[in-house]
Design a protein around this ligand. Structure first.
Ligand code: 5AD
Ligand code: SF4
Length: 512
């Protein structure tokens, strides 16, 4: 599919800024267009990526200079991320582009001149949060004539959301989706040039644009996308509809990116994909995820490799072997179970059984005894009975997870589960949710405590939020430890004695 076939629409609607603001913008921008052309910048727009986007970065930069001059100060931005690690990584790409354009980062959303919401739609409450905060932003925008608002991410892939925004949130300047995030500079330049709202959503894409600017949140660790989209269609999940079909990045591009990151000081990478275990299957020269890991392991200077998320149905013995033999792959596996009932798993279209999952867990624990296992669990899937729920508790007790993300089932329009009968009453779901949480917390406190008294290698991530005499670091198994230290230790590894377990984290002491 070429990129234009993938586009539903690229159109402008009148912005609803007040007349005065609207006129100001257009006058300013006409002026800018003249300056642009007079400076001989009306060169042909490149048709290949990423060159095309660098052209628009340059163009937006010139507009921003004029806008800053008019404002009498540098203009600022704030990117707010909702949802998962994929979104966090996408936000770093947005920040990279904004900084190249010349915007200055402003941590406080209410003070920023350009606010970007990178949205999530996996559960309904994520959507509600966005609408709530957007209403507040609209009021702030009325007072700041320089302000722009952009929305992107998974929520924008839902046509009803875009319709609602067009109708009731007309002050939004820029709306784009998950498939064309690489076009951010082009869309922003179009917004700056036209003074009108720009909406560009693609239904799907097979395109992966490499080598755009990225601004990492941490200097020493980074997410790395290895694949996009999902083909699993779990019956409750909206992700395959908003993130599109599964596409794997070329392994050479992944290795090149990690090598560059390492040269730039990164010691830990998190390989990102909705289902990393099916990595590489659709490439022209297919390779397995385990083979990719072996290649990444060879990169000198890279110390730690993490990945998420693993689908149990695709987790191979080859991967378990590679993990067991590896010096760099962290002792942590996130293995979402979703439910412990084989009957519910079938309705969820997960394609494994309770017994199959438990057998997989046993094989992993046998091969890698010090592995830490975490999971995702949904409570209240349509038709879930108390017996089904007991099966979930049974899995929790048998696996003994280090931690678990527990979710109340959320009905997502367009998914098969949304029209299933026997939706579980709210009070029943809440009661099960509370019982599950208690079980998970009790077990994880016991499981985490087993490392008490041992010395472990810790990568220091930050100065402690609450006590600046402490630093916060992460163990290979993903647990956090707080211990005395200072900012100079960030990004480095230290041996730390785990003195005391406090539920989900440790208090430690540096071993000199
Ligand atoms: N309702 C509740 N939780 C969901 N998840 C995905 N879709 C839904 C839904 N409709 C959870 C799953 C997944 C995690 C990222 O979000 O547990 O693993
Ligand atoms: Fe959603 Fe299932 Fe794909 Fe995960 S594997 S993103 S739960 S459809």
């Amino acid at each position: 599919m070429n990129m234009m076939q993938g586009a539903i629409s690229l159109y402008s609607t009148d912005s609803c800024m007040t007349d005065i603001e609207q006129t100001d913008y257009i006058r300013l921008e006409e002026n800018m267009e003249n300056i642009w052309n007079a400076a001989g910048q009306d060169m042909e727009i490149p048709s290949t990526e990423p060159q095309r986007q660098y052209y628009f970065i340059d163009k937006a930069k010139k507009y921003l200079e004029k806008m800053s001059e008019a404002a009498g100060r540098p203009l600022t931005f704030c990117v707010t991320t909702f949802g998962c690690q994929m979104n966090a990584r996408d936000s770093e790409k947005l920040v990279g582009i904004l900084e190249q354009i010349g915007y200055v980062e402003e941590p406080e959303e209410e003070k920023a001149d350009f606010v970007i919401y990178n949205t999530c739609t996996v559960r309904e409450n994520a959507n509600q949060r966005v609408y709530g905060r957007l209403g507040q932003l609209g009021r702030i925008k009325k007072k700041n004539p320089h302000m722009m608002i952009a929305l992107c991410g998974c929520m924008m892939q839902e046509p009803e959301v875009v319709e609602k925004l067009k109708k009731s949130y007309r002050f939004v300047d820029l709306i784009f989706g998950t498939h064309n995030i690489f076009k951010f500079a082009e869309l922003l330049a179009t917004r700056m040039e036209s003074g009108r709202t720009v909406i560009d959503i693609w239904k799907d894409t097979d395109k992966i644009v490499e080598d755009l600017p990225v601004e990492r949140k941490y200097s020493f660790k980074s997410g790395v996308n290895i694949m996009f989209g999902c083909n699993n269609f779990c019956s409750y999940c909206i992700v395959p509809y908003v993130r599109g079909r599964e596409r794997s990045r070329d392994p050479k591009a992944i290795i090149r990116e990690i090598e560059r990151l390492v040269a730039d000081g990164v010691v830990e990478v998190m390989l990102l994909g909705q289902n990393v275990n099916s990595y590489g299957k659709t490439l022209d020269h297919p390779i397995t995820f385990a083979e990719l890991l072996k290649e990444i392991e060879k990169i000198d200077g890279l110390e730690r490799i993490r990945f998420m998320t693993s689908h149990p149905k695709d987790l191979s013995d080859e991967l378990i072997r590679v993990m067991a033999e590896s010096k760099k792959i962290c002792r942590h596996l996130h293995l979402p179970v979703q439910s412990g009932s084989t009957r519910i798993l079938k309705m969820m279209n997960r394609r494994y059984t309770k017994e199959g999952y438990l057998d997989l867990v046993n094989r992993i624990k046998d091969a890698i005894p010090d592995i830490s296992l975490t999971t995702d669990i949904i409570v209240g899937f349509p038709g879930e009975t108390e017996e089904d729920f007991q099966e979930t508790l049974d899995v929790v007790r048998k696996v003994r997870y280090d931690s678990a993300f527990t979710f109340i089932y959320s009905k997502r329009t367009g998914t098969p589960a949304a029209v299933m009968e026997n939706q579980v009453p709210e009070d029943v779901v809440k009661d099960r949710f509370n019982r599950l949480l208690q079980e998970v917390q009790d077990i994880s406190a016991e499981v985490c405590a087993v490392h008490e008294g041992t010395v472990q290698t810790v990568l220091v991530e930050s100065v402690n939020d609450h006590d600046s005499s402490l630093v916060t670091g992460r163990l290979s198994n993903n647990l956090l430890v707080h211990f005395p230290g200072d900012a100079s230790m960030i990004g480095k590894f230290y041996p730390v004695l785990l003195k005391e377990c406090r539920g989900f984290y440790y208090i430690g002491e540096l071993i000199k």
